[in-house]
Design a protein. Structure first.
Length: 326
């Protein structure tokens, strides 16, 4: 069964059948009764339009690229769930690639997706080593054709919609909660990478502590490299509060810190998708839960809008943080 046979059986034109099956009945003012008759018959016989013919006729493949800097974990998986939930019920399907936090692999995966003519791409970009900038050149189309991009999670110097967390607010909240708990010596755990999300959290945390009169001598900052340098961790021997750029940094720090000092009385502020870290006995942990699924939902909505209406001003959305969990 094809569209020509279906139209003959229903007694309507091929063009009308094609428009109804393409979801364009309203656009072409096709009578609702005709639309229902065509859809009912197509459903009855299990008819599906030829995907490749549809793509040739419309210039669309109905695929959306999703490129993740890292291996998919709870955080990135929640983002992907959000994207999928927004695409469900549309004609679009997602194609996913992970890039080992390597811009060269990102470039390759973008080229592969462009070769397959995806209709738009959502990118969670790689974090760079200290002192290096994210190389946006590999995002640009070599043929200067416009491609709708949405950048999520980390801000980069590229003209595209960005969907971000309000990371500076997360740092401020962490500092204020630790201060309210009576903490006096503060630890900060960073990672050896350039990343707008990490930078925002650090800026908010340090700024709030300093605004409350905490001297820099009472703030110990450690960059958690691999392998972990115990000499660096020794700086945290006297802290009673700990905040890290993400949950992984805090978990690794706690694991090694427990070997050089007692952990009783230590308070931790942790950022993650859900409380997956059970702190050791005597450690108090507070989670700020990232609205990762919402990030995926918002990114997908932006991309669908861009594909339908390209001439839109660039937008940056900063998602608010939900209430913390103990």
């Amino acid at each position: 069964m094809n569209i020509k046979k279906l139209s003959a059986e229903l007694g309507v034109s091929v063009c009308t059948v094609s428009r109804v099956l393409s979801g364009k009945a309203r656009q072409y003012r096709i009578a609702e009764a005709t639309e229902k008759k065509i859809l009912a018959k197509a459903c009855e016989i299990g008819f599906r339009p030829n995907y490749f013919a549809y793509s040739l006729n419309t210039g669309r493949t109905n695929t959306v690229g999703m490129i993740f800097a890292n291996t998919i974990d709870n955080f990135l998986g929640s983002i992907m769930e959000g994207v999928e939930s927004e695409l469900r019920g549309t004609d679009f399907q997602m194609v996913v690639a992970t890039c080992e936090n390597n811009p060269a692999i990102e470039k390759l995966e973008i080229e592969r997706m462009l070769h397959r003519r995806v209709d738009g791409i959502i990118i969670y970009p790689s974090a760079m080593p200290p002192g290096q900038w994210y190389p946006v050149e590999h995002i640009r189309r070599p043929d200067d054709k416009w491609m709708p991009y949405v950048i999520i999670g980390r801000q980069v110097e590229f003209e595209a919609d960005h969907i971000l967390f309000d990371d500076e607010v997360a740092g401020v909240r962490a500092a204020e909660r630790l201060l309210a708990a009576g903490c006096r010596r503060f630890g900060l755990v960073t990672l050896p990478m350039e990343c707008s999300a990490n930078d925002g959290r650090i800026k908010g945390y340090l700024g709030a502590l300093r605004n409350h009169g905490v001297p820099d001598t009472a703030i110990m900052t450690v960059c958690l490299r691999t392998p972990v340098d115990t000499a660096d961790l020794a700086q945290l021997a006297d802290i009673d509060a700990l905040f890290g750029v993400n949950d992984i940094s805090v978990m690794r720090c706690i694991e090694h810190l427990g070997r050089i000092r007692p952990l009783a009385g230590l308070r931790c502020e942790i950022i993650g998708t859900r409380p997956i870290f059970g702190p050791p006995l005597g450690v108090s942990a507070h989670y700020q839960i990232m609205p990762a699924r919402e990030m995926g939902c918002v990114a997908a909505r932006h991309l669908l809008q861009l594909m339908d209406t390209p001439a839109q001003p660039q937008r940056t959305v900063r998602l608010p943080w939900p209430e913390s969990q103990s």
